[in-house]
Design a protein around this ligand. Structure first.
Ligand code: NAD
Length: 517
């Protein structure tokens, strides 16, 4: 199959040329559908990362001095440029990750929506807040939001464009620079997005791209950063969090999940099955919020299972740079082998494969069938570990308490989905699940796409959050500027302390009654 026509040698040279690298080391970028090499990607050294921070810091000083409106104007132009060129991003993302075109397109929309949200929200979120100070009338205290400086942003391959550009957006608008390290497998589409930011008017050098294996350049990224924004696995999150802690810098860690879906007694079968299929198999199951555990009341287990399995068998899977297939490839042969090993382990331990369970080498080197398991023993890897592929298990439950207890029986807490016609009941069930995102009558998109609301992982699914006001404020330090119009806080040498204590106690009581503090 041939590469999409937008991917020319000139474009590839431009994108790989954006990586800060003085080494002669490269890694091949392969077209996932065929396994053929597309281009060599330069790799950065620790010194290159330091150079990148130096450049970003110089540009950040200029960028932060611009009025907020001027920074927002750049992002308005970026928003429009991305809407005009999104299909080139989609082409690049498909080549690098093998994901279905629909999924790649929707991913570009996430960046558009996040940009649009923060363009509107930033003036309110970043506004200075003036309060009465310690002494009424004569003093004030003002909270001023100051950009952190340069953010180290590390992103994974599964939603590379969104986890890079959407998470960069609030940081940039708040006045920060960025050193960005996408995964080696998915850097080119991100580089294209960074190119659009520059075309929109970003000062030269503000967003720096570095490339390399995490353990090689991760330490330099963290050690030079003023804040780290990381999306990836829980295991890597622990390493990054520990290093950020040593350096006394903040970090947001958006990590893995093992997400449950609960079908309630009154759920509409057709809608629920449709939603559950999407939530399970989107992005070939390589989504942190996708569903790997489905809990169905015993009374409805047979009808749900039949319909869900039939739906899984009808999913179109294939390699195409067209909008046809619903599901594409896994990202790599290594990822396919991981998924395969979880399924084989489940089968060896007694699980039943209701459909799927096999690789599809006829479609491409990393394809795997939509797979539904049941009778999964508790000691199977897939029972507790994130498989991160097109595999889910159907379980029965006997009571709501049983369903909720099973849903919560995990170290993760990223997402949960509950389906039922009685919305109040479904919501009440959802609120009892220990997860940062609760979707009622939806699998995951309803919460993820609500950019006004902050969200993040509970338990080992994360630290910190994205979206909403907190998703921007985390990229700032707060400066408390207190002003006394007249110095009234110090006591004269000859203060009568017994009187002073009495007056102070009375004054404090009076202030509480007036509601001053
Ligand atoms: P990963 O942790 O292996 O890699 C993520 C990124 O971290 C890559 O760029 C990688 O090169 C880098 N990295 C690896 N080791 C590093 C180190 N020691 N120091 C610094 N950087 C390092 O994860 P992955 O396999 O690429 O992505 C899949 C995981 O990401 C899944 O667990 C998934 O659930 C999670 N994820 C979470 C969210 C979320 O929002 N919670 C979103 C997408 C993916």
């Amino acid at each position: 199959m041939s590469l999409p026509s937008s991917i020319t040698p000139d474009l590839l040279a431009k994108l790989t040329g954006m990586v800060v690298s003085t080494t002669s080391k490269t890694v091949p970028v392969v077209e996932v559908y065929t396994g053929e090499k597309v281009v060599d990607l330069p790799q950065s050294s620790g010194e290159d990362v330091e150079t990148a921070y130096g450049e970003a810091r110089r540009a950040q000083a200029i960028w932060a001095s611009w009025p907020l409106k001027r920074r927002i104007d750049v992002m308005k132009r970026f928003h429009e440029l991305l809407l005009q060129r999104n299909l080139t991003v989609v082409d690049l993302m498909q080549v690098e990750t093998g994901k279905a075109r629909r999924m790649a397109f929707e991913e570009t929309c996430d960046v558009v929506m996040t940009t649009s949200h923060y363009i509107k929200a930033a003036p309110r979120v970043l506004k200075e807040r003036k309060h009465g100070g310690v002494v009424p009338v004569v003093s004030t205290s003002t909270e001023v939001r100051v950009p952190k400086g340069v953010i180290g942003l590390i992103s994974p391959w599964n939603f590379p464009f969104a986890t890079s550009l959407s998470d960069a957006m609030p940081a940039l608008i708040a006045g920060n620079g960025i050193v960005l390290k996408p995964d080696n497998k998915s850097l080119l589409n991100v580089a294209y997005g960074v190119g659009l930011l520059y075309e929109a008017g970003l000062p030269a050098g503000l967003v720096q791209l570095v490339a390399g294996e995490g353990p090689d350049i991760g330490p330099a990224i963290i050690d030079n950063a003023d804040f780290v924004m990381f999306t990836g696995s829980t295991a890597t999150g622990r390493t990054i969090g520990a290093r950020a802690g040593q350096n006394l810098i903040g970090c947001t860690l958006e990590l893995g999940g093992k997400n449950p879906l609960i079908v309630l007694e009154d759920a509409d079968l057709e809608e629920t099955v449709k939603g559950a299929l999407f939530a399970t198999f989107l992005n070939a199951g390589q989504a942190c919020m996708h569903i790997e555990r489905i809990y169905v009341p015993e009374s409805r287990r047979a009808e749900f299972t039949d319909a869900f399995v039939k739906g899984a068998q009808e999913i179109s899977v294939g390699a195409s740079y067209d909008f046809g297939p619903l599901m594409g490839s896994l990202v790599s042969v290594a990822q396919r082998e991981r998924v395969e090993s979880h399924v084989n382990d489940a089968v060896e331990k007694g699980a039943t494969v209701l459909t799927g369970g096999k690789a599809r080498p006829d479609l491409g080197p990393a394809f795997f069938e939509p797979t539904v398991l049941t009778d999964l023993p508790a000691d199977a890897i897939h029972a507790t570990v994130e498989t991160f592929g097109p595999v889910t298990t159907i379980y029965g439950y006997t009571s709501l308490d049983d369903a909720i207890a099973k849903a919560n029986d995990t170290e993760y807490g990223l997402n949960a989905s509950v389906w039922g016609k009685d919305l109040a009941k479904a919501e009440a069930v959802g609120r009892r699940i220990e997860a940062g995102n609760i979707n009622i009558n939806d699998g995951l998109a309803a919460s993820y796409a609500s950019k006004k609301s902050t969200s993040g992982g509970f338990k080992t699914s994360g630290v910190g959050s994205r979206h909403g006001d907190a998703g921007m404020l985390k990229y700032t330090d707060v400066q408390n500027v207190a002003v006394l119009k007249k110095q009234v806080l110090s006591n004269p040498e000859d203060t009568d302390w017994s009187k002073q204590v009495d007056q102070t106690v009375k004054g404090l009581r009076f202030m509480r009654k007036l509601g001053i503090r």
